[in-house]
Design a binder for this molecule. Structure first.
Ligand code: ADP
Ligand code: MG
Length: 229
């Protein structure tokens, strides 16, 4: 049995700035290697808060986040960023591509930021991903020259460029029309299968949530259902 790529154990989150508010209650979640998990729940139920815990972007008030066999609470900020870079990819509702850089430059930006010029091997792999998502002929264009769906596909390639074990996606199709949404979702699903990458995808869309390995439902900060379609 492989270790999960991430484990949440008894996570509570209490925001203490302003009014004290508990947003997560005893959340337990293991994600297996290569597993595609949809996280669904009403607005304000705690989905983004939970994703921030998994992404080591915020710290829980109680409980443990285990990543790569380590308890995130024992890591200093440098180690947390290293684990984030090496194990995690992020896709958000808005793509956050930088307007002054072309698509290839945007995709390699995370590598360059960590002082890691792309090797021939990573260049070949990323060109392959760009082709898979249908952006080959657009790869030297700047983001504003692409449609919303094309920009989001570029953001997916950027998240996958360093072969993370787990990709976190917060409503990645939220800004897309329904046809583009289906294309982008299928792409993430196929890439996950092909590359063995686990996904945790927040979605409002019940129809997308039927084509995943597991649907985790959160209500008022508690996991209330874990359905395997
Ligand atoms: P979702 O992503 O499911 O819409 P969120 O995780 O963003 O929900 O938010 C869950 C709850 O936590 C909401 O009531 C929200 O107002 C509250 N919340 C989120 N971030 C903060 C924060 N930084 N400080 C205080 N409350 C917050
Ligand atoms: Mg949210």
């Amino acid at each position: 049995m492989n270790d999960p790529v991430i484990s949440l154990r008894g996570i509570d989150k209490i925001y203490t700035q302003g009014v004290r508010a508990q947003v997560l209650f005893e959340v337990n979640l293991d994600i297996a290697a290569g597993e595609f998990v949809a996280l669904v729940g009403a607005s304000g139920s705690g989905k983004s808060t939970m994703l921030n815990m998994v992404g080591l972007l915020d710290t829980p008030s109680a409980g443990q986040v285990l990543i790569a066999g380590r308890d995130a609470a024992t890591l200093d900020e440098d180690e947390r960023s290293r684990l984030r870079r090496e194990h995690l990819g992020f896709i958000f509702q808005s793509h956050y591509l930088l307007p002054d850089f072309n698509i290839m430059e945007n995709v390699f930006l995370p590598c360059r930021l960590r002082g890691d010029p792309p090797s021939g091997e990573s260049w070949t792999r990323v060109e392959g991903l760009i082709e898979t998502v249908g952006l080959s002929e657009h790869r030297h264009k700047r983001p504003h020259q692409l449609s919303g769906g094309q920009q989001q596909r570029a953001a997916i390639v950027r998240a996958l460029a360093n072969q993370p074990r787990l990709v976190l996606a917060d409503e990645p199709t939220g800004n897309l029309d329904s046809q583009t949404r289906d294309i982008v979702f299928k792409l993430m699903r196929d890439l996950s299968r092909r590359q063995g990458q686990a996904f945790l995808m927040v979605t409002h869309d019940a129809s997308l949530a039927t084509e995943v390995d597991r649907v985790v439902t959160i209500r008022d900060g508690r996991i209330v259902d874990e359905n395997r379609p």
